[in-house]
Design a protein around this ligand. Structure first.
Ligand SMILES: [Ca+2]
Ligand SMILES: [Ca+2]
Ligand SMILES: [Ca+2]
Ligand SMILES: [Ca+2]
Length: 403
């Protein structure tokens, strides 16, 4: 553990019942452990929010960053207030930041999925950006680890899929009639129940059985989507029983044999794995687990994308710093971010370190987006050790190009 991180570990407040307070002093930022091909940018070293989003908040053509109480204006990352954020039993609310134009006025609003307030909320992008963003409650269903947007009912519109700790449901985005002069319909969100087996730690969305419909993956199995995803019955398939799994779990055809495999990691312990889909002699679906990396712990959030620009997507994983305030296995190990490329010839994964022993973690909802619009995907990393942009140097940003 680097001495700077050890110092930070000792300084971080483990619980604070007293509401908002100043963030702890962050350690000095070093470039140690950063892989070639990336540049590290400090957006806010004092930020401790665990989710972020990328959106052109001020509509100037440059993507900005939304993270917790603030949005940061590109290209200089000037900080602007979004709202005050409640700290509940030592943690800031906001376990996912999902951008969607909820009120149909043409700008994207931010939906938050929340554990300690047990709420789904959305915050209205104001026309006057000097104002705070107004809060709207969607529902109070119970604690949620985090959540993601997916088109669950197949109507072409994203819905909300949270990872409920003690409930099983998704929220269907329903367009209401567009008001005069609006840019689109205002959305309401309608709770849709799911079989209770989907409760637990772990969540994913994708077509497991190849029928073209997105299924829902969970800690102990998956739900097969019915033809009518609103009125039909989602059928539980108890195909696996994982330790607390990542959010998301990634349904991907890893080995390119035409069926969907599942990449997942142990969110609060060591290990990243993939489960290979196959058939037993009777034709029943079976899963064979293969390790990807057992060397580091707390990879809570996984990303999937073409970071190295070779035309093939890879797994990107990062450690979530202090997921359970030091109680998880490997909680004080160095922070790491890695990408893993499947090698079909060797049937193995090639590991590439992105950062090793640095200050950057992945939190609960990091983002993979082309933040500087230069044609390559960048990593925007929120967490309890700050908010950082890892600039991908595959392409040179246009603004920095010599004239
Ligand atoms: Ca902007
Ligand atoms: Ca809006
Ligand atoms: Ca496969
Ligand atoms: Ca880029």
């Amino acid at each position: 553990m680097p001495s700077s991180l050890r110092l930070y570990f000792l300084c971080i407040p483990l619980a604070c019942p007293c509401g908002l307070q100043a963030a702890p002093e962050a350690p000095p930022i070093g470039l140690a452990g950063l892989a070639p091909g990336f540049s590290q940018h400090v957006i806010n070293a004092q930020s401790t929010y665990c989710a972020c989003a990328v959106d052109d908040v001020n509509a100037d053509g440059r993507p900005d960053i939304v993270c917790g109480a603030y949005w940061y204006e590109a290209p200089g990352w000037e900080r602007h207030q979004v709202r005050e954020i409640e700290r509940i039993r030592g943690r800031f609310d906001g376990y996912a930041h999902l951008m969607l134009d909820v009120d149909g006025d043409g700008d994207r609003d931010v939906i938050t999925v929340n554990y300690r307030s047990a709420s789904l909320q959305w915050f209205e992008h104001p026309s006057d950006l000097t104002r705070e963003w107004d809060r709207h409650y969607i529902d109070l269903p119970g604690p949620m680890e985090t959540g993601r947007l997916h088109d669950i009912d197949g109507d072409g519109r994203d819905d909300i899929l949270p990872n409920g700790a003690n409930f099983a449901a998704w929220w269907r985005a329903v367009p209401e009639s567009a008001a005069t002069g609006s840019r689109g319909p205002r959305l309401s969100f309608v709770r849709q129940e799911l079989p209770p087996e989907v409760k637990g730690h772990g969540l994913g969305f994708g077509d497991i059985d190849g029928d073209g419909r997105g299924d829902i993956l969970a800690q102990k199995g998956w739900l097969a989507a019915p033809e009518d995803r609103l009125k039909g019955t989602w059928t539980w398939q108890a195909d696996w029983d994982l330790t607390r799994a990542s959010i998301p779990m990634l349904p991907q055809d890893v080995d390119g044999d035409g069926d969907t495999d599942v990449i997942w990691s142990s969110a609060h312990d060591y290990g990243i794995f993939w489960m290979e889909q196959g058939r037993d002699p009777s034709g029943a679906r079976i899963w064979t687990t293969h390790p990807i990396d057992g060397g580091w712990s707390q990879s809570h959030a996984l990303l999937w994308g073409d970071l190295d620009g070779d035309g093939t997507k890879e797994l990107i994983a990062g450690k979530r710093y202090m997921a359970h305030d030091g109680r998880d296995a490997g909680a004080t190990d160095p922070l790491v971010l890695c990408r893993y490329q499947y090698d079909p010839a060797g049937k193995t994964w090639l590991k590439h370190s992105i950062t090793d022993g640095g200050i950057i973690g992945f939190g609960l909802d990091p983002k993979l987006e082309d933040l500087d619009l230069d044609g390559d995907l960048d990593l925007i990393c929120p967490g309890r050790t700050g908010l950082y942009w890892l600039e991908n140097r595959l392409q040179q940003p246009k603004a920095n190009r010599p004239k």
